[in-house]
Design a protein around this ligand. Structure first.
Ligand code: HEC
Length: 235
């Protein structure tokens, strides 16, 4: 019984770690605001059709250096008010019927996909570049990082069409609108946005940590003085 419980406990980790693929390192950083802006644009244009980011509000995109007007004009397709969350354009039930799997919410996907093999960013950067043509799949696409994935290759127009050659390596069979280098850059920007979204507070959080420690030091000083004051007559 105990063994079964332990197996259940670790099942999610095993599921993510299994079939461990080589992960390419994400080359970007969350400090690069223009890259994050481009990533946000790609995200609303290509991903929001199926995936929501329902813990993210449109007005938070101002933290990427955009004005509310720019957000309204260029990025807001699934909401009327700037304070609304980034909801999915289609309904979840419909998608299950199309793809046999519901596209998960992507707000924290960069954290959810972190594994022993690498960061969530590395996994996403690899996944979004490793779709290939596969006639055996209902969507016509498969993926080296996510075997038999239910998601079609949404960015195929940009990347072109890859196939698996006889050495089981990816090969660009039909070129896309972007060169391989440009495509990698676009995906890197998109991953940057996903990483930022998963933890938009990461910069502030570090500062808050220091503030909390300082506050505790000061509090300790007061508490100690107070204790001395209380006990001084008792001895
Ligand atoms: C046509 C609908 C559709 C679009 C558009 C789409 N996806 Fe997906 N996505 C799916 C489905 C369906 C799944 C679930 C696949 C599965 O479980 O087999 C999925 C899964 C994923 C996963 C894996 C989630 C996990 O299980 O960890 C990631 C990451 C992802 N999508 C990212 C993206 C990004 C980034 C974009 C935009 C470039 C995008 N998707 C656009 C349908 C879509």
């Amino acid at each position: 019984m105990k063994k079964i419980l332990i197996a259940f406990l670790f099942a999610p980790i095993v599921a993510f770690a299994s079939g461990s693929v080589h992960l390419d390192k994400w080359p970007g950083t969350v400090a690069d605001k223009p890259a994050l802006q481009n990533g946000a644009k790609l995200f609303v244009n290509y991903c929001l059709n199926c995936h929501g980011a329902s813990y993210m509000r449109y007005n938070r995109l101002t933290e990427l250096g955009l004005t509310e007007q720019q957000i309204k004009d260029n990025l807001m397709f699934t909401a009327d008010k700037i304070g609304e969350p980034m909801r999915v354009a289609a309904r979840a039930g419909e998608q299950r019927a199309w793809f046999g799997a519901t596209p998960p919410d992507l707000t924290v996907i960069a954290r959810a996909r972190a594994s022993a093999d690498g960061s969530g960013a590395d996994w996403l950067y690899t996944y979004l570049r490793q779709f290939y043509r596969d006639d055996k799949r209902p969507t016509g696409w498969n993926n080296l990082a996510f075997e038999n994935v239910g998601m079609p290759h949404i960015l195929w127009e940009l990347q072109g069409e890859q196939v698996l050659n006889k050495d089981h390596k990816l090969e660009l069979a039909v070129p896309g609108k972007l060169s391989p280098k440009e495509y990698d850059q676009a995906v890197s920007d998109l991953v940057g946005f996903l990483v930022w979204m998963a933890e938009p507070m990461q910069e502030q959080r570090k500062q808050l940590g220091i503030f909390v420690i300082l506050f505790l030091c000061v509090l300790f000083g007061f508490a100690y003085a107070l204790k001395k004051e209380y006990w001084k007559d008792i001895k």
